[in-house]
Design a protein around this ligand. Structure first.
Ligand SMILES: NC(=O)c1ccc[n+]([C@@H]2O[C@H](COP(=O)([O-])OP(=O)(O)OC[C@H]3O[C@@H](n4cnc5c(N)ncnc54)[C@H](O)[C@@H]3O)[C@@H](O)[C@H]2O)c1
Length: 339
């Protein structure tokens, strides 16, 4: 017998509930992701390799459903799973590429306690990773951002940086579908009227204009060579397929989120490791090690630093937990009976 009965109810939080609970901007997520990544560096998480479910032979790289389970320890431990679908051409149906549910489980009883719409949380946690990384890996006081790919992820990346870095004066967007870039530019200009947001004529021109460069495309093949990066650039290669191998081989520092998670699925790190060109020792650090102070971040204004964020379940679970706590406090959401 336990003191408290096993929970028989699950709190369901729709996207609107997530926003009502404080999930409409990056602030809540930055705190949660930092906590998760420091616990990751301290070894206080459990995170099995995520299985990729694909069933179309030669399908698009972004067509998949991924299961991402994790246990996050610390003072308030929690377990959970993000189940995230991705279809690169959903826009034809007016749908987002990514769709997700996150389940949280009680770490004592293992019962499910919450079910959350996960697309928004997933986008913000990815933006939070870049913003946290920029604190340590970008040039101090950076004034320009470039972002290629202006879908929901690109928009949230730039929004999170603008919410946290006051010195940014210019944003340069590029998307192979120009209307998407112009729409994102309009939204950013409305939200941040003091920042000059423009649409670049090409990916090369966007990249050259940014001290912080973000990829958020659904490119299937690399298009961004090392030669396009200015000294001092911080590149957050969020969409993972965009940077040529020489970016990883010539950058002063390559920072990853988790070696075991990165070194698979034929992604750049995996291919370079298989070819004997990059090893765990060859990358500078995992991001959590930098956040925890175990490894240095940027050490000079001239360094070119690359972040390769595969995306970690611990980030999603910690973010969902933060939203869940806020929702309980605010009385937001719908209770679903398990009995
Ligand atoms: N690393 C992570 O943790 C993480 C997490 C979430 C999403 N992502 C990645 O972020 C990317 C963007 O996600 P999204 O939901 O915004 O997708 P999306 O499909 O809505 O947007 C992608 C945009 O990129 C544009 N595009 C495609 N190829 C391009 C190119 N070569 N140059 C410029 N623009 C190009 C498309 O027109 C589209 O507007 C996806 O690849 C996704 O896998 C990574």
């Amino acid at each position: 017998m336990t003191d408290s009965p096993a929970p028989r109810r699950v709190l369901y939080l729709s996207r609107a509930d997530v926003v009502a609970a404080g999930g409409g901007s990056s602030h809540l997520f930055i705190e949660a992701v930092e906590r998760a990544l420091v616990l990751h560096a301290e070894g206080d998480v459990v995170q099995p390799l995520k299985p990729y479910l694909r069933w179309r032979p030669n399908g698009h790289v972004a067509d998949r459903i991924i299961a991402m389970p994790a246990y996050v320890g610390g003072d308030e431990p929690v377990a959970g799973l993000k189940w995230i679908g991705s279809k690169h051409d959903n826009h034809r149906l007016g749908l987002d590429r990514a769709s997700a549910l996150i389940v949280l489980n009680d770490p004592d009883t293992h019962y499910p306690i919450a079910l959350l719409e996960g697309g928004l949380i997933s986008g913000w946690r990815t933006a939070a990773v870049t913003a946290l990384a920029a604190r340590h890996l970008a040039r101090r006081g950076f004034g320009s951002i470039s972002c290629t790919g202006s879908g929901p992820v690109g928009l949230m990346q730039v929004t999170a940086l603008l919410e946290h870095f006051d010195a940014v004066e210019e944003v340069h967007l590029f998307d192979t579908r120009p209307c998407i870039a112009h729409d994102a530019a309009d939204r950013l200009s409305q939200r941040f009227p003091g920042t000059a947001v423009s649409v670049a004529p090409s990916g090369a021109e966007a990249v050259a204009a940014g001290e912080v460069v973000i990829t958020a495309t659904v490119a299937e093949a690399p298009w961004l060579p090392f030669a396009w990066l200015q000294p001092g650039t911080f590149l957050a290669n969020v969409s993972l397929m965009d940077a040529h191998d020489d970016v990883y081989l010539r950058a002063d520092k390559v920072v990853i989120d988790d070696w075991d998670q990165c070194n698979r699925e034929g992604k750049t790190i995996h291919r370079l490791a298989q070819a004997g060109l990059l090893s765990r020792e060859g990358v500078h650090a995992e991001l959590g090690q930098v956040l925890a102070g175990f490894r240095p971040g940027r050490e000079s204004d001239e360094e070119i630093v690359v972040l390769n964020p595969m995306g970690l379940a611990v980030e999603d679970v910690a973010c969902a937990q933060a939203v869940h706590h806020r929702a309980l406090d605010a009385g937001v959401g719908t209770w679903l009976d398990l009995a």
